[in-house]
Design a protein around this ligand. Structure first.
Ligand SMILES: *Cc1c(COP(=O)(O)O)cnc(C)c1O
Length: 422
């Protein structure tokens, strides 16, 4: 790790959690330079829903490269973009009775969030954005202003204006419906909360600790947005593309967001690709008004099309993810039960979190797991939640082995820290 310690900025992060040099990867297995095989339960923070170097998707992009088709063309029209939009429209949108326009933004999730916030403000002529406690939307100034985490906010060193935070589902305990408060402050003429351009929400908070919003809660939020003339934006960057068991994380609640933000697994191959889905009447942009050099990169559009063709033409894949999610959840719940339920298991589909309640337990478990051959990361306000995010294409054997390693690592951690914990 010498080069990384000496040459790379101190800001490096995941290479500290997983101190090894990773040279190759396939499916759910990563190989280190030293020849060690490691199971990946992080999946590029949700950018690798179909696994590393998915060979069927790879075939599409190697063929594209070999043919000298256009790789970079700014946002010029290409067959690759035409095919992506047509397939996405017919296989994903039409099947779900949804109708949207596509805006390809800069390559990162944060780029797409910035575009969504800018468009909401432009459409409504308002400035305020309602976002939620523990929400995470990226690192650029507009996105971080709408994100809860104090550690990240503080690093900005400027005032982060433009967002008002409201309690997410469950933030005040299971007995309180936090939408009552939102409804009240947005309709009361003297609440001190400005009328919002948009309400921005994750249906499951990925970085914030795998906090799950209920169907009823999400439906209320959408209704409130409509009621007060705000756009309803779902940030589906991490939870979209099948992570919760359906293509969009909001399908289970039959929501109809005004803007959907997609990134991470959209390209299907870990290549950078982000876009907004914008309801027809809300596409208020003037030509070229929001731009960028790397928008809708063609290679990523080709792999994105291949992923949709491979996995989303029939319900089989989605059903498999839901079944696997239930299995993993039951397994994690059984582990929690072994310890008298002092831990909590949360999630939907294959986005699961094991809340260790204490940051030290989560960290020690993660480090032990890595030594034993498993990558699992942490999330939540103080990194106290172990995030279980396997590839949606993982085989049962690898999944099982990963869960065993997690269980053993937690058990050893608790044995060592027992006196401190009890
Ligand atoms: C990762 C993430 C982002 C930011 O995406 P970047 O590509 O890292 O800028 C925004 N929102 C959610 C929900 C995310 O998980």
């Amino acid at each position: 790790m010498h080069a990384f310690e000496v040459l790379e900025s101190n800001v490096r992060s995941y290479s500290r959690s997983f101190p090894a040099i990773f040279s190759r990867a396939r499916g759910s297995i990563m190989l280190t330079e030293g020849g060690r095989k490691v199971i990946d339960f992080l999946s590029g923070a949700g950018a690798l829903n179909y696994g590393h170097n998915n060979h069927q998707i790879k075939a599409a992009i190697t063929e594209y490269l070999a043919s000298d088709a256009v790789v970079h063309g700014l946002d010029m029209a290409t067959p690759a973009k035409r095919e992506f939009m047509e397939i996405f429209s017919s296989v994903i949108l039409r099947e779900r009775n949804l109708q949207y326009r596509f805006q390809f933004t800069g390559p990162t999730g944060a780029n797409a969030i910035e575009a969504a916030l800018k468009l909401s403000r432009k459409v409504t002529g308002r400035q305020n954005i309602i976002s939620f406690t523990n929400g995470y939307h990226g690192m650029s100034l507009g996105a971080i202003a709408a994100s809860g985490n104090r550690f990240y906010r503080a690093a900005s060193s400027v005032s982060l204006a433009g967002a008002t935070f409201m309690p997410y589902d469950g933030y005040l305990g299971p007995a309180v419906d936090t939408t009552d408060y939102l409804q009240k402050v947005l309709t009361d003429e003297s609440s001190g909360v400005d009328r919002p351009a948009a309400i921005l929400v994750e249906t499951v908070q990925g970085e914030g600790g795998i906090n799950v919003a209920s169907k009823e809660w999400l439906q209320s939020i959408q209704a409130i947005a409509r009621d007060v003339g705000a756009l309803f934006i779902v940030d589906d960057i991490q939870m979209g593309c099948g992570r919760t068991g359906e293509f969009f994380s909001f399908e289970f609640a039959a929501l109809s967001p005004d803007i959907v933000v997609l990134s991470k697994s959209l390209s299907g191959y870990g290549l950078p690709l982000s876009m907004l889905l914008i309801k027809e009447g809300l596409d208020a942009w003037r030509p070229g008004e929001h731009t960028g050099t790397f928008r809708g990169n063609n290679l990523a559009l080709v792999s994105g099309t291949a992923a949709i063709n491979l996995y989303w033409r029939s319900p089989t894949f989605s059903q498999g993810v839901q079944r696997m999610g239930e299995l993993v959840r039951r397994r994690l719940e059984a582990i929690a039960a072994d310890y008298g339920n002092s831990f909590a298991v949360r999630g939907r589909g294959l986005a699961l979190g094991f809340d260790c309640q204490a940051a030290e337990i989560a960290e020690a478990t993660m480090r032990k797991a890595f030594k034993k051959g498993l990558i699992v990361e942490r999330c939540g306000p103080v990194d106290q939640v172990v995030k279980v995010l396997p590839a949606l294409t993982i085989d049962p054997e690898t999944l099982n082995r990963g869960l065993e390693i997690f269980q053993e690592s937690l058990a050893e951690t608790l044995k060592q820290t027992r006196s401190a914990v009890i």
